[in-house]
Design a protein around this ligand. Structure first.
Ligand code: CS2
Length: 473
C-alpha cells in the first residue's frame, strides 16, 4: 500500500520572516535553526518562503501544509525530523505582487536570502551590481520585479511609503562579505530608481553578514521513495543533510528583532569575515577543485572522489600547502583541525553529493573560492600547483567535453560564452583565452598565472587527471 501523505501536525507560527530562494539548502539549514529557536524561546518567526523561479517546491509542499521531512545522513544511517516552520510558500513569477505584499507586511522583520551566487546580479570579479543583467534592466523599468535585488528594493520602497521601518536583509549565500555585497547591489539599484529611497535605505537599513555551512545534496527520486518507506509518510520534497551545521551571523538587526538564534547554537558575533574566509576557501574552494577534477576523472560523488587516494592526497596538499598558509584563522579555531573535520565530512558515505552539482555556476564561484587564495599566494611567493590544476580542470569542464570526449551538460550563467571561447581556440590557446574573461579573472592575476594554467591545461588533457595530481606529490 502506498504511504499516506505527510501533513502538518502543529499550527505554523505567524510569519516574521520572508525567505527568498526556497531551495533545499535553506530548508535543511536556516529553517531548522529558526524552528529550533522558536521552540526554545518563542516569537512570531514563521517563514514565508518564496521561490523565485519554479513552482516545484510550492506544489510539492502545499498538500503537506508546508511541512517537510529533514533527513540527517551519517555513516551510521539516517534520522528524520519534521519541520513545521514554513507559514506559506509563494512563487514569485506567478504573483510578484503577493511577494512584495508579504515583504512589506510590518510583521515581517527579516528577509533572508539563499538565491545562489548568480542571484545577486553582480559582477563576480568586483562584487558590484551588473546594470546590464537582463533582470536588472527589466527591474529598472517595471514596478513588479524579477530579480532578488529588485524584490528587496521595491519592497523597501513600499515600506517607506507606508511609514514603516525597513526589514533586516540577511544574506545566507556563499559569497565573501555577503552583507556588504547585498547592501551594495540594493543601494546601487535603489539609487537608479529614486535617490531619496537609496538614502533612506542607506541610513535605516541593516545588512548583517553571515557564514552558513551544511552539506545538502540534491534530493533524488530514490531518496523520496526510501524516506516514505522509512517514515511511513510520503513527502514529495524531503531534504537530505549531513549532521554538521554552522551559522555565524553578524549581530546587527533592526531594533534587535530576530529569533533567539544564539540559544540554538548560532554564533552571533561582531565580525563574520574571518569565518567566511575560512569556510569559502577551505570548504568551498576544495569542493570546487574536487568537483571539476573528480568529475573529469569519472567520480560521481565527493565521497567517491575522496575514496580515491590520489584525490585524498591532493586535497590535503591544497589545505596544508596552499590554502591554510594564506588564511588568518577566526579566534579560537585551529585550521588544521578544521581541515581534518572537512576531510571526514567529505568522506561521509551517507551523503551522495554529486561532483556535477557542485561544478555548477563555476564562473560565479571561482573568484571567492580559489582566486583570492591564489592572488595572496603569488604576493607571498608561494607556489599553488594544486589550485592551478583546479582552474585548468574548470576550463576543460566548461569546454563541454570530458577528457574522453563525452559531452558534459554545463550549467552556468556564462556557459554559452565560455563554450564558444573554448571552441574558437586550439589546445592551450583556449586556456589563455578563458583567462581574458575579466568578469571572472582580475587581469593582473590572469597575467601572473597564464603560463602555469596553460601548462596544466595541456597536461590534464594529455596525461589525465590522476597522473597530473599524483605528480604534485
Ligand atoms: C558546494 C556548497 O555546491 C556547492 O558549490 O560547495 O553548496 C557546499 O556544499 C555548502 O556551501 C556547504 O556549506
Amino acid at each position: 500500500m502506498p504511504a499516506e501523505r505527510l501533513t502538518r501536525t502543529e499550527p505554523a507560527p505567524r510569519a516574521g520572516i520572508v525567505h527568498l530562494g526556497l531551495g533545499a539548502f535553506f530548508r535543511a539549514h536556516g529553517a531548522i535553526y529558526i524552528a529550533e529557536a522558536v521552540a526554545a524561546s518563542g516569537g512570531d518567526w514563521g517563514i514565508t518562503g518564496v521561490s523565485l523561479q519554479s513552482p516545484g517546491t510550492r506544489d510539492a509542499l502545499a498538500p503537506q501544509g508546508w511541512a517537510y521531512t529533514a533527513v540527517e545522513q551519517s555513516p551510521e544511517g539516517e534520522k528524520t525530523r519534521i519541520v513545521n516552520v514554513l507559514s506559506d510558500v509563494l512563487v514569485a513569477p506567478e504573483n510578484p505582487n503577493a511577494v512584495l505584499s508579504a515583504m512589506a507586511d510590518s510583521a515581517v522583520k527579516i528577509v533572508t536570502l539563499t538565491v545562489t551566487e548568480k542571484g545577486y546580479c553582480h559582477n563576480p570579479a568586483t562584487g558590484a551590481l551588473n546594470p546590464d543583467h537582463p533582470d536588472i534592466v527589466h527591474d529598472l523599468s517595471h514596478d513588479l520585479p524579477r530579480s532578488a535585488p529588485g524584490y528587496l528594493v521595491r519592497a523597501l520602497e513600499r515600506r517607506r511609503a507606508a511609514g514603516e521601518a525597513p526589514f533586516t536583509v540577511l544574506s545566507c549565500d556563499n559569497l565573501p562579505h555577503n552583507g556588504a555585497l547585498v547592501r551594495g547591489v540594493v543601494l546601487d539599484l535603489a539609487r537608479r530608481i529614486d535617490t531619496s529611497l537609496a538614502d533612506w535605505i542607506e541610513k535605516e537599513g541593516r545588512f548583517p553578514a553571515s557564514m552558513v555551512d551544511r552539506i545538502v545534496p540534491a534530493t533524488s527520486a530514490e531518496d523520496i521513495a526510501r524516506i516514505a518507506a522509512l517514515t511511513g509518510r510520503h513527502d514529495a520534497a524531503p531534504v537530505m543533510h549531513e549532521p554538521f551545521r554552522q551559522w555565524v551571523i553578524e549581530d546587527d538587526f533592526i531594533a534587535g528583532a530576530r529569533p533567539d538564534l544564539g540559544a540554538v547554537g548560532v554564533q552571533m558575533v561582531a565580525d563574520v569575515i574571518p569565518f567566511e574566509h575560512m569556510k569559502l576557501r577551505m570548504l568551498n574552494g576544495t569542493h570546487s577543485a574536487l568537483a571539476y577534477l573528480g568529475y573529469l576523472a569519472g567520480h560521481e560523488t565527493i565521497a567517491e572522489t575522496m575514496a580515491d587516494p590520489v584525490f585524498a592526497a591532493y586535497v590535503q596538499r591544497l589545505w596544508s600547502d596552499e590554502i591554510i598558509p594564506a588564511l588568518t584563522p577566526p579566534e579560537g579555531t585551529d585550521l588544521h583541525d578544521y581541515a581534518k573535520a572537512l576531510a571526514a565530512r567529505y568522506a561521509n558515505p551517507g551523503i551522495r553529493h554529486r561532483t556535477w552539482q557542485i561544478a555548477m555556476d563555476g564562473s560565479q564561484k571561482l573568484p571567492q573560492r580559489i582566486l583570492g587564495t591564489l592572488a595572496e599566494n603569488i604576493a607571498s611567493g608561494r607556489a599553488s600547483p594544486g589550485l592551478i590544476a583546479a582552474i585548468a580542470g574548470w576550463m576543460i569542464y566548461v569546454g563541454g567535453k570530458g577528457l574522453g570526449g563525452a559531452p558534459i551538460e554545463v550549467k552556468d550563467p556564462m556557459a554559452g560564452d565560455l563554450r564558444a571561447i573554448v571552441d574558437a581556440h586550439e589546445g592551450e590557446g583556449a586556456a589563455r583565452a578563458l583567462l581574458a574573461v575579466d568578469a571572472i579573472f582580475p587581469q593582473d592575476l590572469a597575467a601572473a598565472i597564464e603560463a602555469d594554467v596553460a601548462e596544466a591545461y595541456t597536461a590534464l588533457r594529455r596525461d589525465g587527471v590522476r597522473d597530473v595530481l599524483a605528480r604534485l606529490g
